[in-house]
Ligand binder design. Structure first.
Ligand code: NAD
Length: 396
């Protein structure tokens, strides 16, 4: 089939371009290879949430920066002859093709990571193929979670806590900018968001892997968070999602206690804001990120997922002088949160209008990056070519 145009509705793109997705993966592989091999990196890596965004970049860094064997878990839609699958499916197909060509072991499991079944399939696969894993990356972003014990479905919300919040918002569909008011969350909504995006499932994963004896001595595990600054606190840091993310710190402490026997280490890693399928759904984030891109590109400190992940491996996970804060979190958001960058972003924020959007912000790059997530707008892809939508790779 020929897939030459994105179909965007609101903050989602409902189709994807397999060749573009593979090209996107290749670009990230090229970046990692150009940086050179990572000393002391992991050998066998499990990435939970491995198909897009930060999880995909983690997998690419482990494989192509450390020559690690990687097992990826994700929840993606395969394509068929009539309809393309999800971008994450084609990213993974692209990753597998490149890993195979480089002689690197790669296997992927497509299913609900919150379920006991997928945890068991993962453990069985580790036992059969890898023996043990020495790095577990937890990079899930999901709007809902079915509790494996009770069967109850929990949904998260993106709402402020305490009082309602009104802020300037960019509608990425219409490019209209208008004030948007979001009502504050109820206690129940807060609890449900923590249930979905908090640390409970990370703990369940590590508990299951530890009980099955598949964690190597000195194993490391890391889960990702965002903190941000004043502009985003009301909708992220100090809102429902921020409350859920605080729960990761609690989970990291509990996991560290659990991993004592294998001398393991659990950390939360704070990453920067950038365009992914998840962040584009968060109110005010598209405008904040568009301004951030403008400021960080101008000062030469702009980074995407792969740059952040390469730094997490070399300045966080695999160095004797990790960039840690006083609560044991790896801080890869240091450039975004520098005073100079935040001051500039805050100064631009009130001046943005529909008329000057493309001048005072880098919305152009935001939009290009968004479309790229689905394989569109990539120079070296000829979108007039027929592409195969049914693809096969080493998938369970
Ligand atoms: P993303 O949407 O690109 O990736 C989410 C991944 O989770 C995908 O691989 C998807 O298949 C997988 N997934 C979702 N539900 C699943 C399920 N039930 N079972 C199995 N897999 C499932 O998201 P992202 O932005 O890369 O976020 C990853 C993590 O990084 C999140 O914890 C997020 O909060 C954090 N983070 C994101 C940003 C940002 O700006 N995007 C910044 C800092 C931290």
């Amino acid at each position: 089939m020929i897939i030459d145009k994105p179909k965007v509705r609101g903050f989602i793109c409902t189709n994807s371009q397999p060749e573009g997705c593979a090209a996107n993966v290749q670009e990230q592989i090229d970046f990692v290879k150009a940086q050179g091999a990572i000393d002391g990196g992991p050998k066998n890596v499990l990435v939970i949430g491995a198909s897009t965004g930060y999880g995909l970049a983690s997998r690419i860094t482990a494989a192509f920066g450390c020559q690690a064997k990687t097992l990826g878990v994700f929840f993606e839609k395969p394509g068929n002859a009539r309809k393309p699958g999800s971008a994450g499916f084609y990213n993974s197909a692209g990753f597998h093709a490149k890993a195979d060509a480089a002689g690197l072991y790669a296997k992927s499991i497509n299913g609900d990571a919150f379920s006991d079944e997928i945890k068991q399939t993962t453990i069985d696969t580790i036992k059969e193929d890898l023996g043990k894993v020495d790095l577990v990356i937890y990079s899930l972003a999901s709007p809902r979670r079915k509790d494996p014990k009770t069967g109850e479905l929990h949904s998260s919300v993106l709402k402020p806590i305490g009082e309602s919040y009104t802020a300037k918002n960019l509608n990425t569909d219409t490019l209209k900018i208008a004030d948007m008011t979001i009502e504050s969350a109820s206690e129940d909504e807060i609890a449900n968001t923590v249930k979905v995006m908090g640390g409970e499932d990370w703990e369940l994963w590590i508990e299951a892997l530890a009980n099955a004896g598949v964690l190597a001595d000195n194993v490391k595990t890391v889960a990702y968070t965002y903190i941000g600054d004043k502009l985003t606190w009301p909708i992220y840091g100090k809102a429902t999602i921020g409350r859920a993310k605080e729960d990761l710190d609690r989970a990291a402490t509990a996991i560290n206690a659990q991993l004592k026997g294998v001398n393991g280490q659990a950390n939360v890693a704070v990453l920067k804001a950038l365009v992914t399928q998840s962040s584009s759904a968060i109110p005010i984030m598209p405008l904040y990120i568009s301004i951030l891109y403008k400021v960080m590109k101008e000062e030469g400190s702009h980074e995407g997922c792969i740059e952040q992940l390469y730094r997490l491996f070399t300045e966080g996970l695999y160095t004797s002088t990790p960039r840690l804060d006083d609560t044991n979190r790896f801080r890869m958001d240091n450039l975004e949160l520098s005073q100079a960058v935040q001051d500039k972003v805050e100064a631009i924020w009130p001046t943005v209008t529909e008329e000057n959007l493309f001048d005072v912000t880098d919305y152009k790059s935001y939009n290009q990056e968004f479309l790229k997530l689905f394989g569109f707008g990539i120079d070296r892809v000829d979108y007039t070519n027929e592409v195969e939508t049914e693809v096969d790779f080493n998938l369970i």
